[in-house]
Write a protein that binds this ligand. Structure first.
Ligand code: FPP
Length: 247
């Protein structure tokens, strides 16, 4: 049966986060340099973004470059940064046509100037779009976000703007770079790795994880549908027992 028809559109996650993994191994499998894998990974980004928007998912967050990724060979890092710049300029019209708003989380000021510029332009040019928000996590790590949120809040406490008793979960959530987004109900990681790798640490407290063995460049619509069906077949209890959940 058509996988898409098995998805209950009334119970879609509002926010899906993806760790796009396996580009390098995919390229190796094809006897090509790693950047060939990243280029093909961009095709998947396109397909999954369009699929998520068509279904009616409100937020799609992609882990495009982690703080740890700087330790890759310099050539690969520059190639990824260039690919990002090219893709951002090339895809801006498609984002607008599909009514998709671009957002970025991470330490964006430390990105190469050309990447930062392309990103800022992409964000500004799509700011009015409403169907879906595509969030790129760039130079992002979950611990970095918790640290920067803590610093912001500590500053407010030290200036007397925030009483210490008001420094609670809600305050921390509001100081994260994801403050204006719902927490992801579903996180997908491709390529058979079963780790969170410093992604959305705070936000994933109750998130369902779906691990796919498929390398990111081969991850298509059908795999995405499968992840959503898998998610919908689970019971999310948030610490309660089964009988307490209203179905
Ligand atoms: C993971 O595969 C991939 C990355 C760290 C980079 C992903 C970047 C892109 C797909 C380009 C992003 C573009 C846009 C527009 C978001 P890996 O290199 O870790 O693969 P491996 O584990 O097999 O080595």
């Amino acid at each position: 049966m058509d996988l898409k028809l098995q998805i209950d559109l009334e119970r879609l996650p509002h926010h899906v986060a993806i760790i796009m993994d396996g580009n390098g191994r995919w390229a190796k499998k094809h006897g090509k340099p790693r950047i060939f894998g990243h280029r093909n990974g961009v095709k998947t980004v396109r397909e999954i973004t369009e699929t998520a928007a068509e279904l009616g998912i409100s937020y799609l967050t992609l882990y495009a470059f982690s703080t740890e990724n700087w330790s890759r060979p310099k050539r690969e890092v520059s190639a990824i940064m260039q690919l990002l710049v090219d893709t951002l300029y090339k895809e801006i019209n498609t984002l607008n046509k599909n009514d998709i708003r671009l957002k970025a989380i991470g330490e964006l000021h430390s990105l190469p100037a050309s990447t930062h510029k392309a990103l800022k332009e992409g964000i500004a040019n799509t700011a009015a779009n409403q169907r879906m928000t595509l969030v790129l996590a760039l130079n992002y790590s979950g611990r970095w976000d918790i640290v920067q949120a803590s610093q912001k809040l500590a500053q407010q406490v030290s200036e007397g703007l925030l009483p210490l008793e008001a420094l609670d979960e809600h305050a921390i959530q509001g100081a994260l770079s994801t403050a204006d987004m719902p927490e992801p109900e579903l996180l997908i990681r491709t390529s058979g790795e079963h780790r969170l790798s410093n992604f959305l640490l705070w936000e994933c407290a109750y998130t369902e994880f779906h691990f796919s063995p498929v390398f990111w460049p081969d991850f298509g619509k059908e795999h995405f549908y499968q992840a959503l069906i898998d998610f919908q077949n689970r019971e999310r209890r948030f610490g309660k027992i089964s009988e307490q959940i209203i179905h």
